[in-house]
Design a protein around this ligand. Structure first.
Ligand SMILES: C[S@@+](CC[C@H](N)C(=O)[O-])C[C@H]1O[C@@H](n2cnc3c(N)ncnc32)[C@H](O)[C@@H]1O
Length: 297
C-alpha cells in the first residue's frame, strides 16, 4: 500500500498560513481540540467513520483530528494525515508515538498535491478548507482519492452567528470583529462551513447532510481559545491594516475579557462548527445519473 505525494517539501515551512506556526499557536490548537473533540467525534460517527477504514486527514496540524480518527478506525484501520508544515508534523508524530497509536502516520505535502494508488474509504478535515485559496479544486482532486461509496466529512466555521451571539459584550465583540476582519482581508473564508453546501454539489457530490453546533462556556480556558488567536493573527493583521490597537494591551486582554464575561453572568460561544458530509456516489449510480442526464439532453 503506497501513497505518494507530488511536490513534497523537505525544508521547514515559511508558508503564507494565517495563524502561523508558533509554539503558542500549536498549544492553542491542542487546547481547542480537547474542547471540541466531542463535536467532531459525533460528526465522524454519524458519517460512518468506523473500524477497519483507511482515512485521509487534511491539514492535520499537530495531529488531533488524525488521532481522534485513529481511535475510531482501530488497529485494523489506517489514518494518513496530510500537513505541509514540518514542525507541526514533528509535533504530531511525537504525540502519536506517546499515545501508542501505530495506525496513524503523517506526510508532508500540500493538500492539493496528494497522489495515492490506493483509494481511501473517507477523507476528513477540520478548519482546513477555510484557509485554501482554491477549496473547490482541492476538493475536486480529493474526491478522486476516495472510493465510490466512500465519504467526505468536514468541519468548518460560520462566523456570522458567532458575531451575532457575541454582540452584547463590547470588548468580546471587538475581539471577534478584529479577527473576522483579518480573516476577510487576508483571503481566509470564515463562512466556509455553509459554503460547502454549494461546493459539494458543484464537484458532483450529493447535497451534503449538514448541521451547526456551538460549544458555549465562560471559563478562562474557553475564552482564551479566541483571545489567543489575537496573538497568532497579529502579524497578519498588521500586514492587512487591521487595527488591533482598539483591543488595548494584548497582555491584559484575556483578563479584561474574563472580567467582562463574569460581570455579564452569561456564556460566550466558540466558533460555530458546521459539520458537513456526503457520500461519493457508487460507480453504478454515477453511470445511471450520466445516462439519465444524456437522455434528457
Ligand atoms: C487551523 S489548523 C487545523 C489543524 C487540525 N485540523 C485541527 O483541527 O486541529 C490548519 C492546518 O492546515 C495546514 N494547512 C493549511 N493549508 C494547507 C495546505 N494547502 N496543505 C497542507 N496543509 C495546510 C496548516 O499548516 C495548519 O497546520
Amino acid at each position: 500500500m503506497t501513497t505518494t505525494f507530488a511536490n513534497e517539501t523537505t525544508s521547514n515551512s515559511n508558508f503564507d498560513y494565517a495563524l502561523g506556526y508558533t509554539n503558542g499557536e500549536h498549544d492553542r490548537l491542542i487546547r481547542q481540540a480537547a474542547r471540541i473533540a466531542p463535536v467532531t467525534e459525533r460528526l465522524f460517527r454519524e458519517a460512518g467513520i468506523g473500524p477497519g477504514q483507511r482515512v485521509l486527514d487534511l491539514g492535520s496540524g499537530v495531529g488531533d483530528v488524525a488521532m481522534l480518527v485513529g481511535g475510531l478506525v482501530g488497529a485494523s484501520g489506517e489514518v494518513v494525515g496530510i500537513e505541509r508544515d514540518a514542525n507541526s508534523i514533528a509535533r504530531a508524530r511525537a504525540r502519536v508515538n506517546l499515545a501508542g497509536l501505530r495506525n496513524v502516520s503523517f506526510t508532508q505535502s500540500d493538500v492539493s498535491h496528494i497522489v495515492s494508488d490506493q483509494p481511501f474509504d473517507a477523507a476528513v478535515g477540520r478548519f482546513i478548507l477555510m484557509f485554501l485559496p482554491d477549496p473547490v479544486s482541492a476538493l475536486r482532486s480529493l474526491t478522486k482519492l476516495v472510493r465510490p461509496g466512500g465519504v467526505l466529512v468536514f468541519q468548518e466555521p460560520s462566523w456570522v452567528p458567532f458575531l451575532a451571539f457575541g454582540a452584547r459584550l463590547p470588548l468580546w465583540s471587538r475581539v471577534l470583529g478584529a479577527i473576522h476582519e483579518t480573516f476577510l482581508r487576508s483571503g481566509v473564508n470564515p463562512e466556509m462551513g455553509p459554503a460547502l453546501y454549494r461546493i459539494f454539489q458543484e464537484i458532483g457530490l450529493p447535497a451534503p447532510i449538514m448541521h451547526m453546533e456551538t460549544p458555549l462556556g465562560s471559563d478562562a480556558d474557553f475564552t482564551s481559545l479566541i483571545c489567543d488567536l489575537v496573538g497568532s493573527l497579529k502579524p497578519l493583521a498588521q500586514q492587512h491594516g487591521v487595527a488591533f490597537e482598539v483591543l488595548g494591551d494584548i497582555e491584559t486582554l484575556q483578563d479584561r475579557i474574563q472580567a467582562e464575561v463574569a460581570s455579564s453572568n452569561s456564556v460566550v460561544g466558540f466558533v460555530p462548527l458546521v459539520g458537513v458530509w456526503s457520500r461519493k456516489p457508487a460507480d453504478g449510480q454515477r453511470r445511471e445519473q450520466t445516462s439519465a442526464e444524456s437522455s434528457e439532453g
